[in-house]
Design a protein around this ligand. Structure first.
Ligand code: HEC
Ligand code: HEC
Ligand code: HEC
Ligand code: HEC
Ligand code: HEC
Length: 254
């Protein structure tokens, strides 16, 4: 322990610990403090809607605020100072310009970005803007932990009979998404059960397969997705039945 640490008062230590684990709503953030002002609901409703979409999103919960995607200075309190480096999305310099979005999101979702960059979608996005980018499917401000209902409708926006862009893809995607939704129910239960009997390692295999599938999604290779999502569901169903038997045995021993 160095001398500074030894001299530190318990109060300072507590403060240091608090800054290591800040409560999300206690964090000073000039961007959201100003953007959440209720008067914007009347004076600039569109602006306020963006704030409201972020509120409660996976990003707010994880403590990823406005400046993490838009840039700017979150410590500033005036608009002019805070907005240094923040540009409207139509400006090619903006971190939220449609071509820059994969890189902006990729700061934190690097593996997914790497898979996405190898996809036909990315080629189409880069070449003529006809392919989707991250926010076309996930929303920009409202990314939720479980946004499968949104995802299921995302594909048909381009893959439909009217555009003629591979309309069969919509149905295929709905099947895989529905299968994964079912698997997720089992996976939540399985993780919860293994935690409760203090054997979390037993869920590692299926959790790893789940993560792999999330990456595969971003290459949009349906042969692989079909196969792996079916494997995930099968494995989870086997575990589920096994656990039911184990639990019954445990209870009869009591
Ligand atoms: C003191 C209030 C205030 C602060 C602080 C503030 N903003 Fe804004 N922001 C506004 C207002 C008002 C608008 C509406 C457009 C305008 O008046 O320029 C806006 C517009 C925006 C826009 C829309 C694009 C544009 O340039 O018009 C983005 C994106 C944005 N702000 C992000 C941020 C980020 C990121 C931060 C923190 C680094 C931040 N804001 C800090 C008040 C603020
Ligand atoms: C996870 C990244 C992310 C976070 C966090 C985020 N935004 Fe955004 N925001 C985007 C992207 C990407 C766009 C552009 C695409 C769109 O409109 O959907 C956007 C668009 C906007 C716009 C529309 C105006 C424009 O042209 O840029 C406003 C206003 C805005 N954001 C404000 C905010 C505010 C205020 C916060 C914090 C309360 C915030 N954003 C947090 C990614 C983010
Ligand atoms: C500053 C880092 C950061 C940036 C930039 C960022 N994210 Fe996130 N994102 C996170 C964290 C942290 C989580 C929460 C992870 C968790 O709960 O498992 C998250 C969660 C998500 C989720 C929910 C997934 C889940 O775990 O169920 C989606 C979807 C998402 N982000 C998409 C995006 C998109 C699209 C962008 C760009 C517009 C973006 N993110 C930019 C850090 C970031
Ligand atoms: C064409 C639509 C589409 C595009 C474009 C897209 N995604 Fe996804 N994303 C999905 C689907 C589908 C899933 C899987 C949802 C599920 O588990 O059922 C997913 C899952 C995710 C997850 C959750 C992974 C996890 O571990 O739970 C994150 C984070 C994410 N995407 C981020 C991104 C980022 C960042 C980009 C851009 C680089 C992007 N996505 C581009 C459709 C898309
Ligand atoms: C913004 C429009 C848009 C959205 C949204 C979109 N796509 Fe696409 N997608 C395209 C375009 C454009 C192509 C290239 C068509 C072609 O020439 O093959 C494509 C191609 C594909 C391909 C063929 C890839 C290849 O390597 O040949 C698959 C698979 C695919 N999309 C799946 C999806 C899924 C799944 C979703 C929803 C989660 C989705 N797309 C959402 C525009 C979109």
């Amino acid at each position: 322990m160095n001398s500074n640490m030894r001299r530190a008062s318990p109060l300072l230590l507590a403060a240091a610990l608090c800054s290591l684990f800040p409560a999300p709503d206690a964090r000073a953030d000039g961007c959201s403090d100003c953007h959440k002002k209720i008067e914007f609901k009347v004076t600039n409703k569109k602006l306020f809607d963006y704030y409201e979409n972020w509120e409660g999103s996976a990003h707010e919960i994880a403590g990823a605020s406005c400046s993490r995607c838009h840039g700017g200075d979150p410590a500033a309190t005036t608009k002019e100072a805070a907005h240094q480096g923040v540009f409207d999305q139509s400006n090619p310099r903006s971190a939220t310009h449609y071509k820059k979005i994969p890189a902006t999101c990729g700061q934190c979702h690097a593996e997914i970005q790497a898979h996405f960059i190898g996809s036909k979608h990315y080629q189409q996005l880069r070449d003529d803007g006809s392919g989707p980018n991250c926010v076309t499917c996930h929303g920009s401000m409202s990314s939720k932990k479980d946004n499968r209902p949104i995802l299921a409708d995302a594909c048909s926006r381009c893959h439909n009979a009217k555009t003629g862009i591979r309309p069969e893809i919509d149905q295929k995607a709905r099947e895989v998404i529905a299968r994964l939704k079912k698997a997720e129910g089992y996976r939540m239960w399985t993780n919860f059960y293994f935690e409760s009997i203090k054997q979390p390692k037993r869920a590692e295999g299926v959790n790893a397969l789940f993560k792999e599938i999330a990456k595969d999604w971003h290459e949009f290779d349906f042969a692989r997705l079909d196969h792996k999502s079916a494997e995930l569901l099968d494995r989870l169903q086997v575990i589920f039945n096994q656990l039911k038997t184990e639990r019954a045995a445990r209870e009869s021993r009591r």
